[in-house]
Design a protein around this ligand. Structure first.
Ligand code: COA
Length: 261
């Protein structure tokens, strides 16, 4: 067990980024924000890793948001506040733009910056203990456009406003119904089901999975028709090893062994 507030573990082709401040419900301190891009880079650079799961170390919380106890220090001057918010922005961007698929595995409290971090993952699997809230209105702060967009893209403008204006807490059923949560499991099944999905991805074409991620990202940025990115991915696919292997495996009635990294 690491004593660091965030750490990476590897098991086969799946890595886990673990938030590790259980006595503070994994509140995200400055050190965590600064470490996230480094850990994400490690995952990106390691060809042996295909999928990243992000989770809290305690069943009580994914994360209870940014560490409010640090606010007086990080907001002591305009300079320190700018540096702090840049670090948070870089952490979100690093996770959201990791080329490999990411899954947030959510138990308990998933509030504020913790919820925003989960929104940077491709998929959110939660259990029936999970609760979701983004409460800037309780702190008198303005929420960033990037994070507001990620929430709005998932749940729609009306639900996003209801959550943000009212600091409304969603239980797991509501989070599933709004689309914030991708899938809901009983607490006893969450880790196993998350792992099973992650491992199922490892057996498929990483070229296709990463292409899906980039194209959905492009749609989120406003693309409505095929663009240079989607065309170049389609061209590259038919020249790549995974297409040949997938096609041959189907014709030869065997399981494909994809090699793209
Ligand atoms: N920042 C710093 N510390 C936090 C924290 C946060 N965002 N959220 C929880 N903690 C700390 C508490 O101060 C407490 O520490 P202590 O035992 O040293 O006093 C510990 O974590 C446990 O939290 P507690 O409030 O006692 O748990 P609870 O189950 O009664 O309540 C919450 C859980 C999530 C409702 C409550 O902790 C809370 O409202 N947290 C703030 C959430 C928030 O506003 N996040 C957005 C930040 S921008």
């Amino acid at each position: 067990m690491s004593d660091k507030p965030i750490y990476l573990t590897r098991d086969g082709e799946v890595a886990e980024m673990v938030l590790n401040r259980p006595d503070k419900l994994n509140a995200l301190n400055h050190e965590i924000w600064q470490t996230i891009p480094k850990l994400v880079r490690e995952v990106a650079d390691d060809d042996a890793i295909k999928v990243l799961i992000v989770r809290g170390v305690t069943p009580k919380a994914f994360a209870a948001g940014a560490d409010i106890a640090e606010f007086p220090v990080v907001h002591a001057s305009e300079q320190s506040a700018t540096a702090y918010h840049n670090d948070i922005h870089e952490a979100f961007e690093a996770l959201a733009t990791l080329v490999k698929p990411t899954i947030a595995q959510i138990q308990g409290i998933c509030f504020g910056g913790g919820c925003a971090l989960a929104l940077c993952c491709d998929i959110r699997y939660g259990d029936d203990t999970s609760r979701y809230c983004i409460p800037p209105a309780k702190l008198g702060i303005a929420y960033s456009l990037g994070e507001t967009k990620r929430l709005t893209d998932l749940v729609g403008p009306s639900k996003a406003k209801e959550m943000l204006m009212g600091a409304k807490v969603l239980d797991a059923d509501e989070a599933l119904a709004t689309g914030l949560l991708t899938r809901l499991f009983p607490a006893a099944d969450l880790a196993r089901e998350t792992r099973a999905y992650a491992e199922s991805l490892c057996g498929l074409s990483q070229f296709t999975i990463r292409a899906v991620k980039q194209i959905v990202q492009s749609i989120g940025e406003g693309a409505t028709a095929d663009n240079e990115l989607s065309r170049s991915l389609q061209r590259a696919a038919f020249k790549g090893p995974d297409y040949r292997e997938g096609r041959d495996a189907f014709l030869e009635k065997r399981t494909a062994a994809f090699t793209y990294r």
